[in-house]
Write a protein that binds this ligand. Sequence first.
Ligand code: HEC
Length: 136
Amino acid sequence: MNRTIAALLTVALTPATACLAQDASVGASLYTQYCSTCHGSDGRGAGPLTEIMTEKPADLTKLAANNPSESGVFPMLKVIHIIDGRTGLRAHGGPMPTYGNIFMAEVEDEMEEMGAVLETRGRILSLAMYLETIQD
Ligand code: HEC
């Protein structure tokens, strides 16, 4: 059994609250590594790269407040799709990198196909769960 699947099983068997906290903290370090250059370390959209960008990165602490279908509710599914970028929303163009492809490319060489798919989904979900914790 490879390490990712073992880790996923561990997460699946951990009580829900501990599991959420763990995913959010994984998401926090992924966020620092992949997102903070544009969205800022606090998620408010003022990362160092914004000086040379024409389109301003979104304030990621307002995702729940600005949810058009239900104000105050974190739009989990939409956020997952936006980060992934391979399906539907923003699949074509736009300044946001397509993290579904980026994560797949990073891990593809290290593990077999199924493991890479799970690792990619896990990273995207962890990022979305982290963003949920920083809502205003
Ligand atoms: C190269 C700069 C850049 C990086 C890196 C980046 N983003 Fe973005 N992001 C943007 C810009 C610009 C927008 C606003 C325009 C748009 O929605 O396409 C945006 C929009 C978003 C939105 C949509 C917000 C809304 O209100 O609809 C989410 C969610 C998001 N980013 C999450 C992330 C996450 C998570 C990461 C890291 C995995 C990340 N971004 C990395 C530039 C970036």
